[in-house]
Design a protein. Sequence first.
Length: 327
Amino acid sequence: MPARYTHRIRVTSDELDLVNQVRAERLKAMPQKNNKLVQSAIAISELAKPDAEQADRGAVFGMQNATSPIAGELRDDNVTELTSNRIGVISDAHWPFHDLRQDADGNFYGAYLTAIEWLRSQNVGTLLLNGDMVDCYNLSTHEKLESKREWAWELDVSRTMLKHLREFFGDKVRIVYREGNHEERLKRYLATKAKELHGTIYFDELLKMREHGIEWVHERDKIAAGKLRIDHGHEWFGGGGVNPARNYRMKAVDNVMVGHVHKTSTDLFRKPLDGSFIAGWSVGCLCDLNPRYAPRNNWNHGVALVELEEGGNFTVHNKVILQGAVR
Ligand SMILES: [Fe+2]
Ligand SMILES: [Fe+2]
């Protein structure tokens, strides 16, 4: 049995420098000049030198040049900027379970149509679809209590809804679609039931967003409208509560708007020492208010309009939809 050494050897920083130097020289002297792993190891060893602080942070992971063998897993902190001076925000339509009814004459109405008609009348330059627009019912892990046809049908309905939105708002309106927790069901499904297909099936491609000029903001990337941050809501640990807007505002310690909780709420906070304000908003949903999985709830329908000024200041109109009208 070989002896097992459990004690640690302490080395001084001078000795460590020497070790790194020797290792770098040995690696450089190795014959496999084209071995990417060796080149990366050299790059990392170079960083152990005293001037390492000056190096680009990405170099630590071998990302600084084309020889890097490691790529694709690092997240960049993208922020999608919404710059129109009138921005419409809707979320949580949960297609094909959006609020839609038909009167005795066969005319369609409901919160979903009310919201988009109101936003069009407000001449928005940007429409943000702020997550959970598609339910992905057939991809959920919940027990299916009722027959809701199949995923192909859900997909078909959702594609038609996106196509309709583009036609309804016209080509001049920028449409941005951010991923909510329901859209993430596709990724979760692939990861748990079809992981061999990972990296080959994408939500935005399935919905043909590019065809309709719709921008996709994936996973948990950030969205800003001037000084206002807009999230779906599931990005935060915990949420909801008596006043969801207050909950999110306290977590963000900044101006923040979310959907996700299916409830309209607002919270304005004046900082006592400098007199400045920060505020939170949660926007109501556009889905069926009494689904089988949550027949009793305190949700409400809603829609928001953000008026953005030059310099980033903004005004939020966080509206409730009641009895067919935006109020
Ligand atoms: Fe939702
Ligand atoms: Fe959600």
